[in-house]
Design a protein around this ligand. Structure first.
Ligand SMILES: NC(=O)c1ccc[n+]([C@@H]2O[C@H](COP(=O)([O-])OP(=O)(O)OC[C@H]3O[C@@H](n4cnc5c(N)ncnc54)[C@H](O)[C@@H]3O)[C@@H](O)[C@H]2O)c1
Length: 389
């Protein structure tokens, strides 16, 4: 089993209890100034103990426009055309790696090698080999690497883990997870291998896998039989236009998955049945269900699957000979999930603590994604081999 997320729980408790110490400011650099970098920036700007001092993006003028959109004076930060020159010239405590998936590994390795702590957006990487290379750099650097799974901060996600850990379900033997959209291909930089590497599988599949794998303590994946398709992304009838492309252009450049399914065997005899979709002729491929020898949990899917619980969960157990159903209400988050994601990372950096969402867990998530892609290409089940780090 991979390490548990007690670090995250402690960090979240600390967020609630402690006033922010502003005697030292965390010097932050942004790698990539696209859409998700804005979500990071809004949070960094909220915290008096963090300052964005530099940013890098290879698209000329993009970082300057990003500053103006986010209320930052472009003259007050150093702007670079690539992450390597930013790392070479700046004394940074932390970076947010907010690039498209294909450059996650290189940017993170370079930052860690430069002695900088990293908050890396999801998915971890494109391939398992990349994830292993990143973790070797992490180990050699002694720096913090946290992966940007903000659903981990969601009290409903934490409740799923608490229910499993309470023993109410007994020994878990089968999990069905995943979700999807009838139509919801994000376009932009998400649909080409050269930028995204993987499609729905990496974009939303990683959340779905994390929801259940984290709940059961991240057992090691052993084998996978995977399937991927792209019938919708490649058809201009089903893919939309975006800011820079017509629907026809997007269909022509689409070369990732828009649907994936897999049957995965996990250490300890647990079966994981998974499907994820950006587009299909169905509202949802089903709710998430966790079957145990004493009880079961149903977690409703959402219309737009992105790592959230779709409604009140149901716990099925037998009580004194009666089959019972207990409704688990939706719990409100104490703070916006992104706020907790950035705050917990800053606290780990300031206190030299552990990563709120450690790579040692997400490695297994990435190994499954990598295994699905390889198995789909070969058309057969494969073993998942994870190198020592
Ligand atoms: N956590 C979430 O809720 C969430 C939501 C959306 C996207 N994401 C993730 O965030 C990442 C970025 O998504 P986005 O929508 O912002 O993409 P985007 O294409 O809008 O932005 C990515 C930016 O990175 C820049 N870039 C690429 N390589 C770079 C490099 N080597 N150095 C500096 N900049 C570089 C690009 O030029 C681009 O401006 C993706 O991996 C995506 O999966 C996470």
């Amino acid at each position: 089993m991979a390490k548990d997320d007690s670090v995250l729980n402690q960090t979240m408790q600390a967020i609630e209890e402690k006033a922010v110490d502003t005697s030292k400011k965390v010097r932050v650099g942004l790698i990539g100034t696209g859409w998700i970098a804005e979500a990071h920036t809004k949070q960094y700007l909220k915290f008096p103990d963090a300052e964005i001092v530099a940013m890098a993006d290879p698209i000329p003028g993009k970082a300057e426009k990003f500053c103006l959109r986010n209320g930052i004076d472009p003259a007050s930060v150093h702007i670079y055309p690539d992450h390597a020159s930013m790392l070479a010239h700046e004394q940074l405590d932390a970076v947010s790696v907010c690039t498209y998936n294909a450059t996650h590994a290189q940017c993170t390795i370079d930052a860690l090698n430069a002695g900088v702590n990293v908050l890396l957006e999801k998915p971890f990487t494109v391939t398992l080999d990349e994830a292993v290379a990143v973790m070797k750099a992490e180990k050699a650097s002694g720096k913090i690497l946290s992966i940007g799974f903000q659903p981990r901060m969601d009290p409903n996600m934490q409740q799923i883990k608490k229910i499993v850990e309470s023993g109410e379900l007994g020994e878990i033997y089968y999990i069905q997870t995943g979700g999807g959209r009838r139509r919801g291909i994000p376009c932009s930089t998400f649909i080409e291998k050269k930028t995204a590497g993987i499609g729905a599988l990496g974009d939303i599949g990683c959340y779905s896998l994390d929801m259940v794998l984290n709940a059961i303590g991240y057992p090691k994946p052993l084998t996978v039989s995977g399937y991927t398709s792209n019938f919708f992304g490649t058809n201009p009838l089903y893919i939309s236009k975006d800011q820079d492309h017509t629907a026809e252009e997007n269909a022509a450049r689409f070369d990732v998955d828009d649907f994936a399914a897999a049957f995965i065997r996990l250490e300890g005899g647990v079966i994981l049945d998974f499907r994820i979709s950006w587009a299909m002729h169905l509202d949802t491929p089903g709710d998430t269900v966790i079957l145990g020898k004493k009880g079961a949990l149903r977690i409703p899917s959402t219309e737009c699957w992105n790592g959230t619980v779709g409604g009140e969960m149901t716990l099925y157990t037998d009580m004194a000979g009666l089959q019972t159903e207990t409704k688990i209400p939706i719990l409100p988050a104490p703070r916006p999930l992104f706020e907790m994601k950035i705050r917990s990372f800053l606290d780990a950096v300031k206190e030299g603590g552990k990563a709120p969402v450690p790579s040692s867990q997400i490695l297994y998530n990435q190994a499954i994604i990598d295994g699905i892609m390889k198995s789909a290409e070969l058309g057969r089940e494969i073993e998942i081999n994870i190198p020592e780090i």
